[in-house]
Write a protein that binds this ligand. Sequence first.
Ligand code: NCD
Length: 301
Amino acid sequence: MRHILSSKQFSRKDLEYLMSEARKMDEVLKKGGSRMFDEKIMATLFYEPSTRTRLSFESAMHRLGGKVISETDVTFSSQSKWEILADTIRIVSGYSDIIAIRSKNTGDALLASEYSHVPIINAGDGAGEHPTQSLLDLYTITKEFPQIFTDSPLKITFIWDLRYGRTVHSLSLLLRNFPHVTLSFIAPENLNLPEEYRQSNDIFSDTLSLEVLSESDVIYMTRVQKERFPNIETYDAVKNAFIFDTDTVKMMKKTAILMHPLPRVNEISLDVDSLPQARYFAQAQNGVPMRMALIKYCLEG
Ligand code: NCD
């Protein structure tokens, strides 16, 4: 059975395959969708807030002709009656053909996969990983820079909450499959990338230099994950550390792109949206074809 639990599970060959599958799904979408999985049911269990991830999974399933059952508020879930996750998964996997789960605890998706009769997709496990977001992020990058597959050099810079930002953890893991990509990580010291995701040739800094800003091909901005901070004082100390406005973005290369998994708080000002480098809305849109490709990958696996 094919689960999607961590970006670590994908080889370069898998990524090439999944990106080409997402391109095919973009074509399917242009024709209005397909009936490929009209007998299948997806369960979405979301025990943390979500807009894009849950709705793009559900949209993807509907576009493939499938159906969706959903649990989105822990107060209405048996989890609020202290049901353990293992029991919930045993039951829900009897009601559905595939489960996408988001939860507060790192490792929950892996745990779910041990009790499930159907494929589990990790839609974000606390401050751990968010592999499907990183796949749509990679899809966005490959659309813009197809030369990543021919091992041309590319500079990608991650900014801000790299400690709790699970999308950064997962995307950095995927990018390890492309040795010509140079990664820079810019964050206040207490928010930098956890040791387990680092490699010796990475660049780390607590300030964004003009050199990095003007030479990056991709800047991947993130939100400070306030909800994961131990206290409000630590959050207040960093909450305005990096703000991208039009002046900042004008110093980026003309061909560079500015990405963000969204939601944004104050880290990208609204007037940046109309600049040619802004790619975050197109990035979110890529969630649908990419998740269609992932549903197919799991259901046919
Ligand atoms: C991200 C997440 O949930 O980790 N959002 C998303 O899925 N697009 C990023 C965030 O919440 O900051």
